[in-house]
Design a protein around this ligand. Structure first.
Ligand code: SF4
Ligand code: SF4
Length: 452
């Protein structure tokens, strides 16, 4: 299958400026866990799309290890094979040897990024302004999106989208605009404390995040109501911010560490049973706070990581108080990679959803394959992201689902775009949105057969 790499025609090797091999950032023993069996290749989205061994997990591990062994330099083609990886970690889930692929690719790519002296990379405006100065800050993001929200409210955005004009906006900015979801009432600002409804069963803190707070505050409210209905006192401390995943995955490890340390300072761990996170990308990042940096702050970061629970995982452990409201709809559950593969949380959301009376929960084919979102991957690798998004939508439609559920902001944005662009008769929402409706005896708004 043809795949045009974004920078295939560029020449020149991004020679490390600091003289260190990126392989030095990886514990060499981790390479040895791979026995080259190849069982992971068929679950790798990029391998299944392209069919090139270098774009699969086994090939990528081989390339990184060759650098560690001094048999290969980090040149442009090699870098492209590594950059095309979604870091979805589907390969980890199926690997019989327990290879920790994320602990190979993440530090390796970071080291390549940090060592790259190319001015183009260092002063990439999108990375420096949009990724580092806008995305991690909910208030700034909401302000920047205000004109688009108004255009959506007055139908201008919809018209422009229908005419295909959004696709004319070039590059990553264009991709970003096409991902924006339709406006909805976000609800009021989140308070600092919410009491349990009825008998108190747990005391938790809630992680708010950045993109999730700017675009999915309604889901935060739904999550908080579900937690209250399940007997949780909830604190929402000031001082918390982005989980750090945006900076970490874009090659800014020191910036990500600052984000992590701000969160460490914000949460009083002695006071709560768990720190609840409702978006998988943030949860996966926070659960790995103790792995990424090795300095005096490591024990405190690990302590926070130990308290982090995905909301599906937490409610399943606590024992869900069955939601009473009947919802007769066909539903497919999409496993967000950072929930299913990175956090190994597969059954809990399904067990929770199965308790909604009337719900017809169907298996999603190829649920292990990424939807193409992968953090900011869909901005940087638009072609591959679109291919995977189309593939995901086809699989969703094959189930006959009226609602597709995903526990991650990135997946929701990606799948919602697919739905809008194909006028597909399905809506996307977070599992907590649906549970909340059931607790409140309300019904979801379902699309008609024309996808409206
Ligand atoms: S990563 Fe695991 S599944 Fe893939 S080739 Fe290596 S040992 Fe086999
Ligand atoms: S993380 Fe995902 S894209 Fe990367 S090698 Fe593994 S399965 Fe493939």
């Amino acid at each position: 299958m043809n795949y045009e790499r974004p920078s295939e025609n560029r020449t020149g090797s991004p020679a490390p400026a600091n003289g260190r091999s990126p392989a030095e950032s990886v514990d060499y023993r981790l390479f040895l866990e791979c026995v080259h069996c190849g069982l992971c290749t068929s679950t790798c989205p990029t391998f299944t799309e392209i069919g090139d061994e270098n774009d699969g997990p086994r090939g990528r591990i081989h390339l990184m290890r060759a650098v560690a062994d001094g048999r290969l330099d980090v040149d442009r083609p090699m870098r492209e094979h590594l950059e095309l990886c979604l870091d979805c970690r589907a390969c980890e889930t199926v690997c019989p040897s327990g290879v920790q692929y994320g602990r190979l690719i993440e530090p390796f790519r970071l080291a390549v990024e940090e060592a790259d002296a190319t001015p183009l990379t260092r002063y990439d405006w999108f990375r420096q302004i949009i990724l580092f100065r806008l995305f991690p800050y909910a208030k700034r993001l909401r302000l920047a999106l205000a004109p688009v929200v108004w255009a959506q409210r007055f139908g201008i955005y919809d018209l422009v989208e229908r005419m295909g004009l959004l696709r004319l906006v070039p590059g990553r900015l264009g991709q970003m605009i096409t991902l924006l979801p339709p406006p909805r009432k976000p609800g009021p600002r989140l308070p600092r404390f919410l009491p349990a409804t009825g008998r108190r069963r747990a005391k938790v803190a809630f992680f708010v995040g950045c993109v999730a707070e700017a675009m999915f505050r309604h889901t935060h409210w739904a999550t908080l109501r579900v937690l209250q209905a399940n007997g949780c006192d909830i604190t929402i401390p000031d001082g918390q911010g982005c989980c750090g995943a945006i900076r970490y995955h874009a090659g800014d490890s020191p910036g990500a560490k600052k984000d992590a340390d701000a969160n460490v300072a914000a949460f009083d761990l002695d006071d709560v049973d768990a720190v609840i996170v409702n978006h998988a990308g943030c949860g996966a990042m926070m659960k790995e706070y103790g792995l990424h940096w090795d300095d005096a702050g490591q024990p405190a970061r690990q302590a926070l990581a130990d308290k982090v629970r995905d909301v599906n995982e937490f409610l399943d452990e606590l024992g869900l108080i069955p939601p009473p409201g009947r919802i007769e709809a066909v539903v497919a559950y999409h496993d967000a990679c950072h929930l299913g593969h990175a956090q190994k949380i597969l059954s809990p959301p399904r067990r929770l959803l199965a308790q909604i009376p009337g719900l017809d929960l169907r298996d999603l084919p190829e649920t292990e394959i990424c939807c193409g979102s992968a953090g900011t991957y869909n901005l940087n690798h638009a072609d591959m992201a679109r291919r995977l998004g189309d593939r995901k939508l086809e699989n969703i439609l094959r189930t006959g689902a009226q609602i597709v559920l995903a526990s991650n902001a990135g997946c929701l944005l990606q799948i919602m775009r697919e739905i809008r662009e194909h006028r597909a008769p399905v809506v996307a929402m977070h599992p907590m949105d649906l549970l909340d409706l059931s607790y409140r005896h309300e019904q979801p708004v379902l699309p008609d057969s024309r996808g409206r």
